[in-house]
Design a binder for this molecule. Sequence first.
Ligand SMILES: [Zn+2]
Length: 549
Amino acid sequence: MIQLRIAGGSVYDPANDTDGDVRDICIEDGRIVASLPDAAPRLDARGMVVMPGGVDIHCHVASGSVNVARRLLPEDHGRHPATAPSLDDPAEVPRSGAAGTVPTTFTTGYRYAGLGYTTVFDAAVAPIMARTAHSQLDDTPIVDGGFFALLGNDDYLLRLIDTGDRERSREYAAWVLGAAGAYAIKIVNPAGVELWKRGTKERTDLDTTLGSSRVTPRVILEVLVDSANALKLPHAAHIHCNNLGLPGNSATTLATMAALDGRRAHFTHLQFHSYGKSPDGRWRSAAREIIEYLNAHENISGDVGQVMFGSATTITADAPVEYLLHKSSGRKWANVDIELETGCGVVPHEYRDRNAVAALQWAIGLELFLLSGDPWRLVLSTDHPNGGSFMSYPELIRLLMDRAYRDEQIGRVEQKLLAGSAVADGLEREYSLSEIAIITRAGPARLLGLQNKGHLGVGADADVTVYAPHDNRATMFSTPRYVVKRGVLVVEEGQLRRAPTGRRLHVRPPFEQSVTRDIERYFDRYATVRYANYPVAGLHDPPVPVGAR
Ligand SMILES: [Zn+2]
């Protein structure tokens, strides 16, 4: 039985109303317990900041598309070799790899843990690619992980929606989640990806029809959002709206939020969906409209998708966006159509502070954070590696916590499109340590319905990060002194020392068995995979219960 007392640190555990109180955290057998005998092993955390392990609600680390990106960027690997860590346990084989914007699997696990993150979700996996996603997660050590299944342009689902049978659509969604070993429903540019594949170049509005008047983004959203809620999935439907990255898309975003009419839903990387358009056609910030709507509607939550300056790689199921980015930037790209389930595009990208659009995107992300009325419902993401690497989270935290530093950075960026934005007008807000703990662990865990994550109450998973305070918050958050994963000390004195296997987070909602007869017929007629071979098998961890919320 492994015991550990993290003694005397200032504990930031907002889910349990603990805001910097000095107290001990007791760990036994991988969980937080109320107390331990005095003789239990002790970690001296006096003068340090103690938080739950970080939870990443939206990143791209383990999908077929991520592997396409790895293949597209061999030069990235050459520039950023990652040496193997020196681990204490000879049974754990340390692995070298490559870092850069799309790190290899082992390096991904080591680096997340090295930042104090212990749970990560890949936000976009085509169900037919579930096997590669699971094998990549198997090779991503330390962190617990899972993924969201792409359903917003799924051919079989679109056929069901065309029949008007919403119940059967819900049962299909339940079947897919279990078959893929996925955690949540993901919707990317509903209908828009499929329309682009068929040759359409226009914007997709909520009532744009796809083949039949019965199939529109609005109906797809209603069906899948209702499915997630009726199935009582731990996480709401995770929505990437139509028209990502286009000036004026804030109108689409607001219309989508309104269309859900009180339903529980999560809107991802809102920064990429908060662009206004001036009368002269120029880009402008619409962050204020978006965040005011979110603040006023408790049924919806979001993550930011902050852009950070430097190299990024855009990886998305929103293939038409990647086509436009490739055309405008001239960079190389990959486009993969994944057996009519979804799309996939990859384009490397550079966000430069002297580029007007990049500066606007950066400012919009900050505005969303700084105008947010509820940190529990607007959490941190860079949409890694789309807006920037997860390795830039500490720098982002510094921007949120340190106004003087932020104002200095705002002064450096291209100002051309910033007129009228709240950031340019000056925002005083500085996030507190407690608010940082909410947007990086307690909030995402709550939005994901992970009852044992993101907090340090009795019974929680013993995922704990201990930071040495530093005036430079980027320094503080980039090198935690200690990280504990399920009771195991993985980072000691800032060095990665152990790399245990993480757990898989997935759901297996019940569904009406009779729906599988038609799914099987569909596979026989159209798929390259036999129905019986489609579901993944051999997941070691039990599913996360549905119906708890
Ligand atoms: Zn994403």
